[in-house]
Structure formats: C-alpha cells, structure tokens
Design a protein around this ligand. Structure first.
Ligand code: ZN
Length: 136
C-alpha cells in the first residue's frame, strides 16, 4: 500500500463561510499516483468542518444560514464562559471534521454536484486540512 500525506493551508475571511477545496484535493490524489484506494479529507480543528455539496451561490448562502440558525451564537452555552465560540464547537461536532472518498482509476470518485468544502465556523482563521490518500 502507498500512502500520500498532504496539508492544505486555508486562510478564511469570515466568521462562517465555505471554501471550495475540490481542486486542491484532486491535485493531491493525482500527485499520489494511487489508482485505487481511499482519500481522507480531515480538518484538524474543533471549530470547522468538511462538507460535500453543490457549488451554487444560493446554496452556499443557504448552508451558512442553516448553520447560523441551528447553532445559535450566545444562546447560553456553557463554553461561552471560556472563549465565546460554543456555537462553532457545536456545529463542528455535529457536522464533522472528516470525509472519505473512494479513488478509482486514479480519480477521486464524486458526483457532478459534489464539491468539497472547508466549512469555517469560527473565522477568520488560518486552517489546516489533511488530505491523506491510501491505496495502490
Ligand atoms: Zn472554544
């Protein structure tokens, strides 16, 4: 088995935003020369997430709105006593920091409308996303 480990550095600009990292992830898969296997995309932070969906401007706004509505800032969360970002930790907990993709014939397998995004939940910040490709 071959393993290729890359780190993507992402500077986010807003409190809640999506950053499309599909091209970077696919470049990493290509560079690995792995034909069949798995690709793990993992954000190493407790206030961000990795999501997969269509890159359409209306939908992007809907995602930001849904996250803001579901994980309300300052709703009496206990963690806010420490650093005022409980809503970000909660969203990250339930959305999740990791997604896994199949690799077949040297390509990451995804649907036409499935782009890969870092979901910033407590920006702006410097973020690191791991792209680990495993296979043969
Ligand atoms: Zn915190």
């Amino acid at each position: 088995m071959v393993i290729n480990f890359d780190e993507l550095l992402v500077n986010t600009k807003k409190a809640i935003e999506t950053v499309d990292i599909t091209n970077e992830v696919e470049k990493s898969v290509e560079k690995s020369k792995i034909k069949n296997g798995l690709c793990v995309v993992h954000s190493i932070h407790s206030t961000s997430a990795i999501i997969v969906n269509e890159h359409e401007s209306g939908l992007i706004k809907d995602i930001v709105r849904k996250v803001s509505e579901d994980f309300k800032r300052g709703a009496g969360w206990l963690h806010d006593r420490i650093d005022d970002n409980a809503h970000s930790h909660l969203a990250s907990t339930y959305i999740g920091p990791t997604r896994i993709f199949p690799i077949k014939d040297g390509k990451l397998v995804r649907g036409t409308w499935q782009n890969i995004f870092l979901l910033e939940l407590d920006g702006p910040r410097k973020r690191k996303v791991i792209v680990e490709v495993m296979g043969e």
